[in-house]
Each structure stands twice: as C-alpha cells, then as structure tokens.
Design a binder for this molecule. Sequence first.
Ligand SMILES: C[C@H](O)CC(=O)SCCNC(=O)CCNC(=O)[C@H](O)C(C)(C)COP(=O)(O)OP(=O)(O)OC[C@H]1O[C@@H](n2cnc3c(N)ncnc32)[C@H](O)[C@@H]1OP(=O)(O)O
Length: 724
Amino acid sequence: MAGVNVTMEVGNDAVAVITICNPPVNALAIPIIAGLKEKFDEAMRRDDVKAIVLTGKGGRFSGGFDINVFETVHKTGDVSVMPDVSVELVVNTMEDAKKPAVAAIQGLALGGGLELTMGCHARISTPKAQLGLPELTLGVIPGFGGTQRLPRLVGLSKAIEMMLLSKPIMSEEGKKLGLIDAIVSSEELLRVSRQWALDIAERRKPWMRSLHMTEKLGSLSEAREILKVARQQAKQTAPNMPQHQACLDVIEEGVIHGGYNGVLKEAKIFKELVLSDTSRGLVHVFFAQRATSKVPNVTDLGLKPRPVKKVAVIGGGLMGSGIATSLILSNIFVLLKEVNSEYLLRGIKLIEENVRGLVARRKLAKDKADKALSMLKGVLDYSEFKDVDMVIEAVIESIPLKQKIFIEVEKACPPHCILATNTSTIDLNKVGEKTSSQDRIIGAHFFSPAHVMPLLEIVRTEKTSAQIILDLMTVGKIIKKVPVVVGNCTGFAVNRTFFPYTQAAHMLLHLGVDVFRIDRLISSFGLPMGPFQLQDLAGYGVFLAVGKEFANAFPGRTFLSPLVELLVKSGRNGKNNGKGYYLYDKGSKPKPDPSIVPIIEESRQIANILPAGKPISVTDQEIVEMILFPVVNEACRVLEEGVVVRASDLDIASVLGMSFPSYRGGIVFWADTVGPKHIYASLKKWSELYGSFFTPSKFLEERAMKGLLLSAPASPSSASRSRL
Ligand SMILES: C[C@H](O)CC(=O)SCCNC(=O)CCNC(=O)[C@H](O)C(C)(C)COP(=O)(O)OP(=O)(O)OC[C@H]1O[C@@H](n2cnc3c(N)ncnc32)[C@H](O)[C@@H]1OP(=O)(O)O
C-alpha cells in the first residue's frame, strides 16, 4: 500500500533514524515488520552507522501489531502467517545487536508498539504519551516479549496491573516507574534521542537490555505471592477468559527460568490464544465498534459536523440528570429545564452526586469536577433556549406531554437546533408529529446510568436529515459514547432485541425451572447478572410498562407473566425497597430470598403452562439456550427489517447496552458461532412443545435452510424493506 513503509535516514552524527509509517496509528503490519528487520540489518551492516533511533511518523509511535492479521488468522485458521517478531526481530536483531537503539516515542506506544520500544536500549518520550499493553482485550497476550520486559522495567505488580487490566499509563508515570528514561518536548525528541543513542554507543550511558534485568522482579517467593493473588483476582474478574491465566503463567515462566525462556513460552502460548474463540469474539468487537462510525448516506456524503456547544436537557430525573452529567463532563454547556424549582433542585443535586461520585471513586480530579459543574445552569422556562444547538427531552414516557414539549422547543430554539428525545419506547414519528421540523427530530437513547453506560442508540426516522444524524454522532463521540445509528421501531434495536430475554426467563420459571438456577447460569455464561436480578435492579414498574408496549406491538410472541404483579402486591419492588427475588442489605451481596417460593408457586398456578402439570426437565445448556435463542430470533427480525445498518452494529449494541459478554463477540456473532441450524431446530422444537413464543422467524428459517450465517449481508429483497 502507498505510504506504508519503513524509512531510514543516516545523519552526519552516524545515527540512523528508522521511522515506521502506516497511518493512522502506525500499526505493525506484516510489510512494516519486514521493513523494520531490513532497516535494522542494514544499519548493523553500515560502517557509517554507530547507533539507531526508532520512531513513528505523524506524532504516534505505534498502535501495535496489525489487528487485521488476527482477523485473517481467524478466517483461515492458519497461524503461520504471523511472523516471528519476538525472537528474530526484537531479541536477535534489536536487543542483542552490536549497536544500540533508542526509541523516540510520541503520542502512543501500545501493544507491539510498546514492546518494540522495550527491545530498544533506552526510551525517550514526549509528555502525555500513552503507554500500554492492551493485548488481553483482544483475547491474546503480549507477543513481542512484553510479558517479560515490562515486569523487568516497572516491577511485577505494576506490570501485571497494566496487562491484566489493559490499562495504559502516561509517559510521566512511565518515567517514575523506569519505563521511560527521559521526557522531552516533541521539538527536542529526535535531537535528544540521537544524542542518547550515541552516548550509549560510546558508553557514556548504560547499555540496558531489559530482558536481562532482574532487580525489579523481587525474590522468587515475593513474585510467587504476587502471581498467586493476581490469579485469584483474575478468576473472579475474568472467569471465562483464558488469556488472563495464560498471561500469568507466561510471566511466571520468565521469573523462574529467565527472560529468554519466558519469551519462548510467550510466543507459543500467543499462537494458541490467537486461535481461541475468545480472541475471535474480541477482535470482532474491536472492528465492529469502529464500523459503527460508518453510516451509509450519512458519513459518506462529505458533510461536516456542526459544533454543539450548548445543550438543553428537559427533565432532571434519573435519565435527564445522567445525560446532563455526560455533557458537562465533556465541557458542553447544559441548561437543565424542569417544571418547578423543587424538581429542578433535585435534578441539580443528582448531577452533583454523579460528578462527586466520580471524584470519590478517583475517576475524576476535583478541579475537573468543579469545572464540569460550572457548565450547568438550571432553568424553569425557555427564555434561554434561543442559542441552544441541541435539545434532549428526557421526561416521562407520555406521548401528549412529549408532543407538547416539541411544539414548544420548536418555537423557542434556533432553526439549526437538533431536537432529540431520550424515549426508549415511543414511536419518534408520534413525538414529532405536531411540529414542522421532522427532519430535525431524532432519538438519543441513552442507557441507565447515562453517565456510565457507553452506548448511545441514535434513532432516525425516514425524515431525519443526514446532517442531524452526523451532528448527534459527533456529540456522542465527544461525550465518549459509542453511537450506533438504528431505525425507528418499538424498542428500537437494543430493547427490542432483548425483550424476549426477560420474557423467556419468566416462561422457564413458569415451566418449573428454579429462578436462582436461571440467574446463576446466565451469570456463568458471562452477563453481569441473571435476568431476575436485573429485574430487581431496574424496578418492576419498567417491566410492567414496557411489557404492555411489546405485547401490543408484537402479539403472538409475548408471555404474559402474572408474577411481577404478585410480587408488587406482596410489597416487593426489587432493589429499590430491598426486597425482590433477592434480599438487599446495605453493604452485602444480594441474597436469594427463599420466601419468594410460595409466590412463584401461586404464579405458576395462574399461568398454568406446566406440561401435564409437571416441571420440565432441562439441562444447564438448554436453560441458557432457551433464554438466549429467543433473543437471537428477535435479532433476526431486527436484521430482516433493516433496523440496523449491519449485523455487527447489533453486536456492539448488545455488548455496550446489555453487557452481553464481549468475548462472545455480541449476540449475532455468538449466534453464528453456535450455528443458525441448531438455533432454528431448537426453537422449532420448543415452539411445538411450549407454544408460539418460540416460533422461529422467517429470516432465521431461511438462513438455517440455506446454510448461511445470520451476519451475512441482507438479500436485495430485504434491503428494499430497510428502515435506514
Ligand atoms: C504481538 C502484539 O503483542 C500484539 C499486539 O500488538 S495487538 C494490538 C495491540 N494494540 C491495541 O490493542 C491498540 C488498538 N487500537 C486502539 O486502541 C485505538 O485504535 C488507538 C488508541 C490506537 C487509536 O484510537 P483512535 O484515535 O480513537 O482511532 P481508532 O478509530 O480507534 O483507530 C483508527 C483506525 O486505526 C485502526 N487501528 C487502530 N489500531 C490498530 C491496530 N493495532 N491494527 C490495525 N488497525 C488499527 C482502526 O481500526 C481504525 O481504522 P478505521 O479508521 O479503518 O476504522
């Protein structure tokens, strides 16, 4: 590819500057790795070269190994395309060479990028460069020697933290830890690095080979203790991900048998992990997330996003205050509008609590919190709306109320203003029906808590203009959300797809399966909690209200569970009042409440769906499938109707909106791994046994019959029915 290369320039000072060029992040693609080997070899051969400086073009050192290669390996199953970088390039050609190399780091050095710098004999960086080994987020471990060199440079505990949490540090911290030798301005970077390289060559500065360092590793018994604690933690935090334990095994190998043996084991395990399902899922999520930024007929029209500096949020309840928090944290001025001063003060208090909570959890510095809160103003009328760039309505789910608000904001706001609603269920065409600005009406569906959850579902109608969609996508990115553009239908993409999730859980419960068994199995599948605990958390009001909407919109595939009304009658309201399926005592984990059993029994009698009056007998796997296959079934309808641009958007939406495990790649990717045929056959069998709730959709049936993946692009006939 043009512009993808490694260059070398030798100066009069006898320093060869080797530069990686592969925009935008200087990923270490296979030709780049070949280029590095070639240039290093040349530098070693040439008599006019005494020392080397390695750097990246365009203000970034390198974002690491080219993740596209992982994708190729996943498609072909052939791991032999991965070059031997770790031993051949980093150990033999760079670290053990006769001439010293200094890494000149700018912007970022991540993954393989940071590993290359650790194979150099010193590292000079500009301020605020990001340094990290995030490989575990891709289902692998560092593969260019990072598991060995990082602990030797920064100490075992810190290295383990950086790798297992995939948490980058800034160059300033790197300097304190010993990863960085000096921090200089970007103007000085090359000059200082060249001089440093010469100083090493002429023995004025130490010639450090980090693989051979041992002093920061501590004693063997200390190291074993640190690794033991880390193993226990990883068991808790990443139970289904093999790369965490594997990373610790490889680190241990190096601690016991020396860095070089560690490097060899690392290379072997790395190749095994690349082929794991976890890596397939996580690499898919990496690219799927980036694909959401590309929306046909929106981002490819050459439009420029317009600046959004002032936003009015209408409604200071839980959602409105969360949304306002996200905005002010990103330096966007917010007018929070409420109907009276009592509600307004409550909304402002919620926002303050959100911001102070971040400070208490050390996620935000105090001065930044003060700055954010200074970007907020409470108002009781529309008099200051004349220069707002966007309105986000976040009031209760009432069509007449929303319609009234949109008539008012249309009058009060300038003509360029984005008119967004945070509704999660109401048809956007109805919300904007009484205005003449339907091209500016758009859904900005945040997930609760809005200042924490990363997904922003952007809902467009047939009339929403491309400019407005682009503007909202841009705001979404500024406030650090992942915007996914979807079409307008009941529940939009996420709530609609996951509606059958709670439904299926209730169905199983009424077929005689134990409530806590269901929750346990779904948690071990990888969701943060089971459907009943989630219901406790969300409150029962949501279930009852949303349930009715869906029952109306999708008759024939709704299970009317009598249970929640019985729970409410018995004085339970989930986590809100400390009593639901679980008991919630402050400071302790939720405990299953045995006194729920008679209420469930009563509900089972009312529903009366036990086959021949007896509980069904199902395996653990069947339980997980009976809950998730109906979700896949609805995902198929969402795909067929063109509610999302591409199947992978639904994967991202499920991961970021519903916390579906990212290492399973998202709902559609997971379904394709399981196989559409198996899903279809299972649903068909259950529909015959337990009714139409499980009836497979036409889309699923077609894909299963033709042996196609659910994620394969839509056929032309379904594309013509697209809502986007
Ligand atoms: C053997 C080794 O140990 C293994 C490894 O090194 S594995 C790789 C480890 N590195 C990583 O995980 C870093 C992944 N990248 C990132 O986190 C972020 O892209 C970043 C922080 C570098 C930059 O973020 P940002 O500026 O927001 O840009 P972002 O949109 O993410 O990326 C820009 C483009 O670069 C691509 N890109 C980023 N890192 C890449 C990589 N390592 N390989 C291939 N492409 C990459 C993205 O896919 C995107 O492409 P697109 O424009 O076609 O969608």
